[in-house]
Design a binder for this molecule. Structure first.
Ligand code: PMP
Length: 403
């Protein structure tokens, strides 16, 4: 039994097996308590207030910004812009940087395994600027061969937008190597960190990321808070994505001047309580330590893969090596629709994901329309993996296909 598990109120007295952590992770009481304490002690509108509660809210919000900066190795706190989630972070870059810097004939390089959140904003930019999308192909297990980024990133490339970890295969992309090639060609690198920040230490400088996007709700934090890291020189050049209150210096009837970064990108009242929760989530992750997190995920994934390999009707996608899954195990059961698999498992109190996982180009590349996905986190247990695997052996029978 994982001792961390006791920190998560949702598991108390519950027999639910939660294997949908790649979609949203659960929250420890430390995160909930940090938010409650903020709520009960100083909640007020931040940034502009001249009274104690507002000042304390502002301080808490800025402390959270510092925590995020430190967590991902940003040099300066002002390089962190709070957003709602990874999707909004990427859209901010697409609208503010992409539309201003991409032109007809330029190329945006992605991988075929990107989440729709890191495809659609670039399709929008391509449509509006005349730039072209170029896809790097991965191997079937998700590995991105060096020949792909060495050949597809060229002098025409202006942006390389790539996930650090695939939400379907769990494969880790060689960001540093990709960024080196991109920077040699003068391109900017955006990294989608939605699936990496929960599972591994991140250092945006060491990775060579110019932009880095993350979501709080996937890394023990609340929903509705995310962040964008941007290299200061890039952020300073960019026009705001949203405009309104809190992001201005002066406003006349006809025009406005904008506040410095990061306020320039944080129009309207910000999600201070979400930021406090994210900061507490970061403290919690650091307390557990990524060595422990990675070891636990590898062990649980290894156990699950061993059990699944003994089921001839089950196809597992991704690497043979449990260390190359980041806890994500995507699979299909012969003859069964993934939605039926997920529904029948739900009746056993097992939560998994089924569908295209917002990665339809990858589904097409894998030759499937959808898959089932179990995604594990460090608070899951061997007992849960065994119970899940036992249930998997019965799915075909439950669905009327015979055992
Ligand atoms: N990118 C990846 C790789 C993801 O897995 C997800 C969430 N499934 C996103 C982006 C989008 O995250 P959010 O919904 O928090 O914006």
């Amino acid at each position: 039994m994982s001792s961390y598990r006791e920190d998560f109120p949702i598991f108390k007295g519950s027999d639910v097996i939660y294997f949908d952590n790649a979609a949203t992770s659960q929250r420890p009481r430390q995160v909930i308590e940090a938010m409650r304490s903020f709520n009960d002690s100083c909640n007020a509108n931040p940034l502009r207030g001249l009274y104690d509660w507002s000042v304390r809210t502002t301080d808490a919000y800025e402390a959270a910004r510092h925590a995020v900066a430190h967590f991902i190795g940003a040099e300066r706190d002002c390089e962190i812009v709070f957003t709602r989630n990874t999707t909004e972070s990427i859209n901010l870059v697409a609208y503010s940087w992409g539309l201003a810097n991409l032109h007809a004939g330029d190329e945006i390089v992605l991988t075929v395994s990107e989440h729709h959140s890191n495809i659609l904003p670039w399709q929008m930019c391509a449509r509006r600027t005349g730039a072209r999308l170029v896809y790097m192909e991965c191997e079937k297990d998700g590995t991105l061969p060096a020949s792909e980024y060495e050949s597809k990133i060229t002098d025409r490339t202006k942006l390389v937008a790539v996930a650090e970890v695939s939400n379907v295969l769990g494969a880790v992309n060689p960001i540093r190597e990709i960024a080196d090639v991109a920077h040699r060609k003068g391109a900017v690198v955006l990294v989608d960190g939605a699936q990496s920040t929960p599972h591994m230490p991140v250092d945006v400088k060491a990775l060579g990321a110019d932009f880095y996007a993350l979501s709080g709700h996937k890394m023990l934090g609340p929903m509705g808070i995310g962040a964008l890291y941007g290299r200061i020189a890039l952020l300073e050049e960019m026009q705001p994505f949203l405009t309104g209150g809190e992001m201005i210096e002066t406003v006349t009837r006809e025009s406005a001047t904008f506040a410095p970064v990061p306020e320039k990108f944080e129009a309207g009242t910000v999600n201070a309580m979400g930021a406090v929760g994210l900061s507490a989530a970061i403290d919690y992750l650091n307390g557990v330590g990524f060595d422990t997190i990675m070891r636990k995920e590898r062990d649980l994934t290894g156990l699950l893969l061993d059990r699944m390999r003994k089921m001839p009707e089950v196809t597992v996608y991704g690497s043979e090596d449990p260390a190359k899954h980041c806890g994500i195990v995507t699979f299909n059961i012969e003859g069964c629709h993934p939605h039926d698999v997920a529904s029948v498992l739900d009746s056993e109190h097992i939560c998994i994901r089924a569908g295209h996982h917002c990665a339809q180009p990858l589904m097409k590349y894998l030759g499937v329309s959808s898959t089932a996905r179990a995604s594990l986190y460090f608070y899951n247990t061997e007992e849960e993996v065994e119970r899940f695997a036992d249930a998997l052996t019965k799915v075909r029978g439950w669905l009327g296909y015979g055992a």
